[in-house]
Structure formats: C-alpha cells, structure tokens
Design a protein around this ligand. Sequence first.
Ligand SMILES: Nc1ncnc2c1ncn2[C@@H]1O[C@H](COP(=O)(O)OP(=O)(O)OP(=O)(O)O)[C@@H](O)[C@H]1O
Length: 304
Amino acid sequence: MKEIIQIENLHKSYGKYEAIKGISFSVERGTLFAFLGTNGAGKSTTIEILCTLLKKSSGIVKINGYMLDSSDHNAEIRKSIGVVFQQSLLDERLTVYENIIHRGKMYNLSKQELAENYQFVSTYLNLGDIEKQKYGTLSGGQKRRADIARALIHRPTLLFLDEPTTGLDPQTRQFVWQTIRQLQQETNMTVFLTTHYMEEAAMAHKVVVLKQGEIVAEGTPDELKTKYAYDQLALVFHNFTEGAHWLQEHNISYAEKQGIFTIRVQSTLHALALLKQAEALVASFEVIKGTMDDVFIHITKQEV
Ligand SMILES: Nc1ncnc2c1ncn2[C@@H]1O[C@H](COP(=O)(O)OP(=O)(O)OP(=O)(O)O)[C@@H](O)[C@H]1O
C-alpha cells in the first residue's frame, strides 16, 4: 500500500469546542511529511489521535493498514509508530542507556533484537558520549538525541516528531535535522513532522497547512511556493530619478526603500528579461526567491 496514513473527515471536539473540523489527507510511505499551522490550529490534537493517545470524535483513520479504534488495531498501530513529543518522557534519574533499554523492553524484544536495535539507534544518534550520563544532567540538544533514540528503539516504520528542533541551538538543530533526513532516506521510514521552521518544511515531500482545525493548503513545497509565494527583483539604479521614471514609463509597479527598488516578478527568467531592458540604468541587482516563510504567512493570514 502506497499510503501509510489515510485520514477521512476527522473531527475532534473538546466539549463544545470543535478543534478539528473534518480534515482529510494522506501520507505516502517512506516520505517526509510536514504538518504546519499557527498556534492552536490543531496539530498536536491530530498527532495525539494518530498516536492512539486521544480519542477522535468521528472520521476514519488508517495507519499502516490498521483501522484506528477498531478491535485490537490500536496495539498494532502503537507497535509500528515512534513518537517524539515537545516534552520529554525519559526518566531524569536514569542514564540514557538505561532509559532506552527500559523502553525497548516494553516491546517484548528479544535480548539480541534489543542489543541490535540499541546499536542502530546509538550509531544514528551518536549516543556513545552520553549513554552513561543521567538524562537529567544532559544539555537540551543531548536530551533531544536521547528522546529520538527512545522513539526508535523498536524500529518503527512511522516516526512522529512534534517540533523536534524547537529551542535548540543552530548546530544541534542541524545535527537533529540531518539525522532525521538520513533515517528517512536510508531506512525508508516515514517521518511525520510538525515544525515552525519553514526551511525544514521546504525539504518535505508534502506539506499540509492547518488553520483553526481546517486544511487551508496542501501540496509539495514547490507547488505551494508557485501558488502562494513570488520572486522579487531588487534594483539599485545609477541614477535614482531616471530609474524611477523608467519603471513608471514601463508601467511596472514597485516599492522603494533607501534607494532599493523592489519589483514582483513571475520567475527568474522574467527578472532577466527586465534586467536586459534596463541594463544601462542598473548599478546592481538581486533576485530574491519566494520562500516557504512567504507561503506560510500568506496562507495563515488569509480568511478561511
Ligand atoms: N484538552 C483540551 N481541552 C480543551 N481544549 C483543548 C484541549 N487541548 C487543546 N485544546 C484546544 O484545541 C485547539 C487546538 O490545540 P492544539 O494543541 O492541537 O494546537 P496546535 O496546532 O498543536 O498548537 P501549538 O502549535 O501551539 O502547539 C486549541 O484551541 C486548544 O486550546
């Protein structure tokens, strides 16, 4: 089966408040999927439902071929997923090794499987230097490595990460991010990620954006950028007045700040054509590509 997650018309209410208002989407096996949304959009609620920690109000959810909330399927779902939450679940008083082995034992792995799996997670997360240290004494970045290792000890096919890099320094963020990408690519694991860092979402195979419990955009990063973001050409002219006149004569709308004229362009090729036309007047230029930040701001500002 191509899809590892299939969601149809999922609803979740907390009392009278409807946090998830009938969302439908799917995630393909072996891909990196980014689930985005403003604060309170319903991301954590959705993840908790998918991880069997929270009961849905209605809708159909299938994970790895198992129907959520149907007979003994939730136990099978739990075996095939790993979860890293914003808050850690490890015991502060135990060492990293003890914590991870303790977790592994919950999955009834044989001694040999447990040893092999530990070796696997230790290599990927570079645990060698911290495995004997008590979890409570680790730095934020080291804790994150241990959290991810804990989620992987039973070798799940699907990994949920709720804002895995929030609060980390840039170097640790990069390490965590590279490890996630490497795992996804080398082991064909599906990664379901929520993040507030748009450069991380830009690397996903598919993005879904949630706003107030509803899906407001869905597609590949390129599709979303084409639809919601645009490239800009920034120009500095040899002569400010001549440059401004040239743009006005050619009916080109612009914004100007401290001598830099910014023009919205359809593509880099469009920018090139304009530059050729205005070549004699231009002192310097820059083409600014549309980003996932632009996409996110555009979508989440829109009225639903
Ligand atoms: N236990 C609860 N009881 C009542 N309302 C809740 C409960 N949990 C969440 N909510 C509400 O449901 C909505 C969705 O919350 P959720 O935590 O899923 O959003 P989120 O997208 O994960 O936000 P963030 O990015 O801030 O973590 C919010 O309005 C929140 O206040």
